[in-house]
Design a protein around this ligand. Sequence first.
Ligand SMILES: *[C@@H]1O[C@H](CO)[C@@H](O)[C@H](O)[C@H]1NC(C)=O
Ligand SMILES: *[C@@H]1O[C@H](CO)[C@@H](O)[C@H](O)[C@H]1NC(C)=O
Ligand SMILES: *[C@@H]1O[C@H](CO)[C@@H](O)[C@H](O)[C@H]1NC(C)=O
Ligand SMILES: *[C@@H]1O[C@H](CO)[C@@H](O)[C@H](O)[C@H]1NC(C)=O
Length: 323
Amino acid sequence: MCMAILQKHSVSIYRQEYKHAICKSQYKLFISTSSSSHRQESFFIQPMATHVVSFFSIALIFFFGTCANIVNGEDPQFTYLGPYGPRKWGSLSPNYSACSHGKFQSPVNVVKSKCVAGRHLKPLDIEYNVVVNATLVDNLFNVGIKYDGNAGMLRMNGKNYSLIQMHWHAPSEHHLNGLQYAAELHLVHKAVDGETSVVAILYRYGHPDPLLSKIQTKLAQLKKAVNSSSQQQQQPQIALGTFTTKQIRKHTRKYYRYVGSFSTPPCTEGIIWNILGKIRSISRGQVEALEAPLIVGCKHNSRPVQPLHGRHIEMYDDKMNHY
Ligand SMILES: *[C@@H]1O[C@H](CO)[C@@H](O)[C@H](O)[C@H]1NC(C)=O
Ligand SMILES: *[C@@H]1O[C@H](CO)[C@@H](O)[C@H](O)[C@H]1NC(C)=O
Ligand SMILES: *[C@@H]1O[C@H](CO)[C@@H](O)[C@H](O)[C@H]1NC(C)=O
Ligand SMILES: *[C@@H]1O[C@H](CO)[C@@H](O)[C@H](O)[C@H]1NC(C)=O
């Protein structure tokens, strides 16, 4: 039954042990719902029904909760599974229509042989050496870090983009030559005119990532904060103190650039993506730590790749561009 549910929703399952974790949760829920008069679907449609405050509803939220869009309390919830999943995002709200009707959506599969040589492109000019207070945030659909002040700058096409937040997805959202990686970090920058540019870093499984190692204990605290809070709609936060992202400055000599969208609702377009060519490594424990604070429907928080619709992806390579 569990497998049938998973297949029905075409869930892309990355790791075997994960499949079991999700299965168990859904199975538990299924058993408990069968004793009530509700049909399974009604729980998807009204997952936060308020009139039944009981262990059951708490269990429901814990095991099957949707990830609320905290940025705008009025916008509906979305998940990465089932009826609130990526294929349905566009129908959840008029504000999300770009998710289904947009022609410039993200993420995409980057096929190196089809990339255009970006001869006018320059090495990414990134400067994240500013010491500034940061906060680790559980956005429920991902774990991220937000900054209180100027955390650094990306300079591109004569424009300054300030780093405002970063967050992780696992497995990766962008694919390289059809390959999905273990995880992906998005560094989100905004210019004064509101234009957004994201620097994306792909990770494969291997040695621990030094940036995440620095916040290992804070991630564990975040998980505890989630567990102790019965109000799943709140965004648990852990202060990190001053936190620099110096480690990310290296290896910007090869990257892929294209214009796409936010990879979560409202899927706003016009986002300039820069996917670094250098793949970093992350340990399994670190990926698990990033998933742990999230709700089941969002633990696997990668949107499927979107069609290019004629878009070209430019490739900047320091070696090539010097010929
Ligand atoms: C759409 O977004 C606007 C502006 O952010 C908000 O006021 C409105 O409530 C949203 N509509 C829905 C249906 O969520
Ligand atoms: C960081 O926050 C702490 C506590 O609020 C404050 O004392 C300190 O001055 C802040 N540091 C910076 C660099 O803003
Ligand atoms: C970008 O920031 C630098 C300082 O970091 C400043 O010198 C420059 O004038 C800024 N450029 C624009 C276009 O605002
Ligand atoms: C979180 O809560 C779950 C379910 O109540 C429990 O099984 C788990 O051990 C808790 N984890 C922590 C770290 O407290």
